[in-house]
Design a protein around this ligand. Structure first.
Ligand code: PEP
Length: 243
């Protein structure tokens, strides 16, 4: 049985004043029947400890400590109170030239620190137009997801790059096709692959959440823009709980 997960990625947004949004969210969803994960900027992780939610980092370095100015290790995230970390977000892949093998190394560092990972995969528009979406998914799954991933320590987020922050969403059939493909690959590779959660991410909003959550093999969402405000994230959580 896979427990549904609503995950919010605040990206490089959020000051201490914005923690009031989490307070509001907690008041509305104190009895949530789904898991709720908030990934604020690293500066807010300690301050989020009072919330009811799971807290995650947005990236980690592959090594535990050392001369890596500006980076943050998985162990530091855990020490600050995080229990998850996002790895392989397309903005990291694009802005920081992160490769599949780097993402696998970061994910292994996360496991070693006791964190669970949300490993992001997804095709660009050019790749979709070229008909190579499933090839890209296969390459990223094989290269980014470590051999010691389990349903306990790993969540996969399918995020078509062209749907992130654009307001464009794949058709439900397209989402269903990719999620079914990911499920088949996970089940073939991991003994507990059937229990690994697969999130959809890319312009999820209160207005489209219910139909996306009705797609088979969609176990929740990774939400960017609509996770910043309680009024926007709350309907997504409610739709997930009702799905
Ligand atoms: C994301 O950044 O992971 C994301 C899904 O963003 P948005 O919801 O804003 O498209």
């Amino acid at each position: 049985m896979r427990r549904k997960l609503a995950a919010g990625n605040w990206k490089m947004n959020g000051l201490r004043a914005d923690l009031a949004e989490l307070q509001t969210l907690a008041e509305r969803h104190s009895d949530a029947t789904v898991d709720i994960l908030i990934c604020p900027p690293a500066t807010l992780i300690c301050a989020c400890q009072e919330t009811l939610f799971d807290i995650g980092g947005q990236d980690c370095h592959a090594v535990t400590a050392g001369a890596h100015t500006g980076d943050i290790s998985a162990q530091m995230l855990a020490d600050a109170g995080a229990t998850y970390v996002i790895t392989g977000h397309s903005e990291r892949r694009a802005d920081h030239a992160e490769t599949d093998s780097m993402i696998a190394a970061k994910s292994m560092a996360a496991y070693a620190a006791g964190l669970s990972t949300v490993i992001c995969i997804g095709e660009t528009l050019a790749e979709r137009d070229a008909g190579t979406t499933l090839d890209i998914i296969d390459r990223q799954l094989a290269g980014s997801v470590p051999a010691n991933a389990t349903a306990y320590n790993t969540v996969i987020a399918y995020e078509p790059v062209w749907a992130i922050g654009t307001g464009k969403v794949p058709t439900l059939a397209q989402i269903g096709q990719v999620h079914a493909h990911i499920r088949a690959r996970l089940t073939a590779r991991f003994t507990d692959g059937d229990n690994m959660r697969i999130l959809y991410g890319g312009s999820v909003k209160g207005s489209n959440a219910a139909e996306i959550f009705a797609v088979p093999e969609v176990d929740g969402a990774l939400v960017g823009g609509a996770s910043l405000k309680a009024d926007d994230f709350s309907p997504i959580i409610t739709a997930l709980a009702a799905s």
